[in-house]
Design a protein around this ligand. Structure first.
Ligand SMILES: [Zn+2]
Length: 212
């Protein structure tokens, strides 16, 4: 079941690896399959060594419905997010270094760059530390989302959400690019002024028609 969706989950996992958002087997990708069932990447597997059959189909209690692998150790957090954010179809968790570093420098990444405005939809808040491989990650992600497609987990990494895998992927990759730019500007002691909300709204309207 869900062959195309499993391949899409794996392709997204390979993309976050290629973009430098995770190393080795870090992070995970989750996709809502149908009511109460989700596809998640397996625990502790190198993405380049995975096949679509390694992607696990799990239920809301993280029981494996299909697949030969143990699901991601963050599955409890992923299913919590899916259960509490019904509009979300895909969740990505990364250890992306620039955004995580920004999480030590500020409480929120402001809408100061078009990439962040477009892909994240709202300022990206920094949630306090909570241990990994536990539901707390999901609880904090939902609590700190605030309309954004991304949350920074302090001392850990990032969780992004989207209606689909592409939206969650754009949020993760563009957040990293934006966080890097913002951190470099701060290191140069540059002033990064807040943008006019009216211009931010116009930027978002333009993003709605971006692409093919
Ligand atoms: Zn992690």
């Amino acid at each position: 079941m869900y062959e195309a969706e499993k391949a899409a989950v794996l392709n997204t996992a390979l993309e976050i690896k290629k973009c430098g958002l995770v190393s080795l087997s870090g992070g995970n990708v989750g996709l809502r399959a149908d009511a109460g069932r989700f596809l998640v990447t397996p625990s502790g597997m190198i993405y380049e060594e995975m096949t679509p059959e390694d992607v696990c189909l799990i239920d809301e209690e993280c029981h494996v419905m299909e697949g030969r692998r143990k699901p991601s150790s963050d599955s409890e957090a992923l299913t919590y997010i899916f259960r509490h954010m019904p509009e979300v179809g895909a969740v990505i968790h990364t250890h992306q270094p620039w955004a995580t570093a920004a999480g030590f420098a500020m409480d929120e990444i402001p809408e100061c760059l078009v990439t962040i405005i477009d892909a994240c939809a709202a300022p990206v808040r920094v949630a306090p530390f909570t241990p990994s491989s536990a539901v707390g990650m999901g609880v904090l992600a939902v609590e700190y989302a605030g309309g954004s497609r991304a949350v920074i987990l302090k001392h850990h990494g990032v969780i992004t959400f989207g209606a689909d895998l592409k939206e969650a992927l754009y949020a993760a990759v563009y957040l990293e690019e934006g966080a890097k730019t913002l951190m470099l500007a701060r290191m140069a002691n540059a002033v990064v002024p807040p943008l006019d909300p009216e211009l931010i709204a116009r930027e978002k309207a333009g993003w709605e028609t971006y692409g093919q």
